[in-house]
Design a protein around this ligand. Structure first.
Ligand SMILES: Nc1nc2c(ncn2[C@@H]2O[C@H](COP(=O)(O)OP(=O)(O)OP(=O)(O)O)[C@@H](O)[C@H]2O)c(=O)[nH]1
Ligand SMILES: [Mg+2]
Length: 201
């Protein structure tokens, strides 16, 4: 089992609180309860690094985790719980807008989707954020253990169509049993390698 030195750098509500770091960053975004925090924990072999809670939608901050001296994972608050709540939507925009558009070391977005659900308008909005900020986009379907192989195949088709992405960029994982993590790391390593070129350029 691979060991990762992973630590919470900081939790930020606004730009002045972003950590002072020049490592490449990857944001993990997705609907509340999609499995963002559990995925981060699984990737670094930790149980409680990123808190994965029983009260979905509670985190309202960007949580920055440094992994070794290589990369920073940013755990984004989940969206979609209070879709009709304008205030909540505004607060979310205020939190992530500057981060997506001003954070130079932000290189990629992992869009976390529950494999059992079709992407909704919020997911489409989120992927648009990533595209407008010129990020690499990787889609991870969590909870693949909860559906059959054939359901997973059709789910991936559906996601590719709805979000207009190549199926190659849609991976499936079971974060509880930590299945699929090697493939996710391969993609992350690739992103890190590419961004170290642009960061030092
Ligand atoms: N079976 C199974 N359960 C999962 C998987 N990933 C996440 N879960 C469960 O789904 C629930 C939500 O996971 P979280 O990681 O807290 O979700 P989140 O996206 O961080 O949620 P917010 O922070 O509230 O937005 C937890 O009970 C997890 O144990 C998976 O791959 N398989
Ligand atoms: Mg979470």
């Amino acid at each position: 089992m691979q060991y990762y030195d992973a630590k919470l750098l900081t939790s930020a509500a606004k730009q002045s609180q972003w950590p002072d770091s020049d490592l490449p960053e990857i944001i993990f975004a997705g609907r509340s309860n999609a499995g963002k925090s559990t995925l981060i924990n699984a990737l670094v072999n930790r149980k409680n690094l990123a808190y994965s809670g029983k009260t979905p939608g509670k985190t309202r901050l960007l949580n920055f985790f440094q992994i070794d001296d290589r990369v920073v994972f940013t755990d984004c608050p989940g969206y979609g719980y209070a879709i009709s709540n304008v205030e909540a939507a505004e607060a979310f925009g205020l939190l992530i807008d500057p981060y997506f558009y001003k954070r130079k070391q932000l290189k990629a977005m992992v869009l976390v989707l529950d494999a059992r659900r079709v992407p909704n308008d919020d997911d489409e909005l989120m992927i648009d954020y990533g595209r407008k900020a010129h990020l690499n986009i990787l889609i991870i379907c969590t909870k693949s253990d909860k559906i059959s192989k054939s359901q997973l195949i059709s789910s991936r088709h559906q996601i590719a169509k709805t979000l207009d992405v190549n199926e190659e960029n849609i991976l499936a994982v079971d974060s509880v049993k930590k299945i699929g993590m090697d493939e996710v790391w391969k993609r992350i390593d690739k992103i890190i390698a590419q961004s170290s070129k642009t960061l030092s350029a």
